[in-house]
Design a protein around this ligand. Structure first.
Ligand code: BDR
Ligand code: CA
Length: 312
C-alpha cells in the first residue's frame, strides 16, 4: 500500500484533496502538514483538522508549518474567502483533535524515518515546508518515493498572467524544490487542472452520496464564483484533488519531462514556472521533472467521484 503525507493550505480544493486521500483504499494517509497560503496558518491548520474530522480521520496527525514564505510577506487572494473554506468553515463541526506538538518539518522527518517503504509527499500549497525539509534534512530524500506537487502553469498562470498561486506565493521555495533539489517530482500544473473542472452533474452526485459529500459541495459557491469571474469557467476547479489522484493512482495523468526555472524576480513574471522545451534535456546535471500536461479527463473525474462517493 502506498503511503502519503499531504502538505496543505485548506483551501476548498485542498478539502476535496484531503477527502480523496482519506477515501482511497489504495493509500494510507500518514500525516498532514499545514502551510500559510490560501489563508493564514491558523485558518489552514484549523481547516485541516476539521476536514479530517469530517472525513472520520481524527487519527491522522496534523502539524503546523511555515507561517510565511521564505523571504516574502504573506500574500493571498480571495479565492477561498475569509476563512479558507468559502465562508463555510464555521459550519463544519469542530474537530476534537489537537495539533501535533511537533512542527511540520519535524513531523515529516519522523514519519519518513519510521516508514519501512519510501513515502509519497503531496504538496498542494506553497512549497515553503517542503523546501525547508529538503534543505535541513538532505539525508531524508532516500525515504521520499516522489513529490506529487500541485503547482505551476506552463502555458500561463492564474493569480497573474504568468504565475500560478502556489509558486507565486513562495517562488524561492518552489525554485529550491523544482530546480535545485534532485528528489523525484511529478508536477501537476494548471495545464491539466484547469481542464478537469467538474460540473453540476458531478457535484450533484457527490452531494447526494453522503453527509461528507454534502459538506464538501457546500464549501464551493464562493470559490466557484471567484473562478467564474477570473476565467469565465462556471465549473469547480479541483486542482489539488488531481495531484492526490496521481499519488493514489500513479500514471492517471500523462507527463512530459521538462527542465524548469522559477522566476524569483519582482517583475511581471514573478512566480512563473518557465519550461525549457528546446530539446536540451540531455545536458548533464540538468534537473528534469515530470510535468503533467494531459490526461483522460473523463476517466480522471470518474475516478475521483468514485473514490469520494463509494469509499467513505
Ligand atoms: C492552487 O492555489 C490554491 O488556490 C489552490 O488550493 C491550489 O492549491 C491553484 O493555483
Ligand atoms: Ca492548495
Amino acid at each position: 500500500m502506498r503511503r502519503l503525507i499531504i502538505d496543505t493550505d485548506p483551501g476548498v480544493d485542498d478539502a476535496f484533496a484531503i477527502a480523496l486521500a482519506a477515501a482511497s483504499p489504495e493509500v494510507e494517509l500518514l500525516a498532514l502538514t499545514t502551510v500559510a497560503g490560501n489563508i493564514g496558518i491558523e485558518h489552514t491548520t484549523r481547516n485541516a483538522l476539521n476536514v479530517l474530522s469530517l472525513c472520520g480521520r481524527e487519527d491522522v496527525p496534523v502539524a503546523v508549518g511555515a507561517h510565511r514564505p521564505f523571504s516574502r510577506p504573506v500574500r493571498g487572494d480571495d479565492a477561498h474567502g475569509n476563512d479558507g473554506l468559502g465562508g463555510y468553515a464555521s459550519s463544519i463541526p469542530s474537530s476534537k483533535a489537537t495539533v501535533d506538538p511537533r512542527d511540520a518539518v519535524t513531523l515529516m522527518v519522523d514519519v519518513l524515518t519510521a516508514a519501512e517503504e519510501p513515502v509519497t509527499i503531496v504538496p498542494i500549497g506553497p512549497l515553503t515546508n517542503v523546501a525547508l525539509l529538503l534543505a535541513a534534512h538532505p539525508g531524508i530524500k532516500s525515504k521520499i518515493e516522489r513529490l506529487v506537487i500541485m503547482g505551476g502553469g506552463i502555458e500561463g498562470g492564474n493569480v497573474t498572467p504568468s504565475a500560478e498561486f502556489n509558486v507565486w506565493v513562495d517562488p524561492e521555495a518552489a525554485r529550491r524544490v523544482l530546480v535545485e533539489e534532485d528528489v523525484p517530482v511529478t508536477l501537476v500544473p494548471l495545464d491539466v487542472t484547469m481542464k478537469c473542472a467538474v460540473g453540476d452533474d458531478w457535484l450533484g452526485k457527490l452531494a447526494a452520496a453522503h453527509a461528507v459529500g454534502r459538506e464538501l459541495v457546500a464549501m464551493t459557491p464562493h470559490y466557484r464564483a471567484f473562478y467564474k469571474e477570473m476565467s469565465g469557467v462556471d465549473m469547480l476547479v479541483i486542482h489539488d484533488a488531481i495531484a492526490v489522484a496521481e499519488a493514489v493512482s500513479p500514471g492517471i495523468v500523462s507527463t512530459v519531462p521538462m527542465h524548469l526555472e522559477v522566476d524569483c524576480s519582482d517583475g511581471p513574471g514573478s512566480g512563473a514556472t518557465i519550461a525549457d522545451r528546446r530539446h536540451q534535456l540531455a545536458i548533464p546535471g540538468r534537473r528534469v521533472v515530470d510535468v503533467a500536461m494531459n490526461a483522460d479527463f473523463d476517466a480522471l473525474q470518474a475516478f475521483i467521484l468514485d473514490r469520494l462517493t463509494e469509499h467513505f
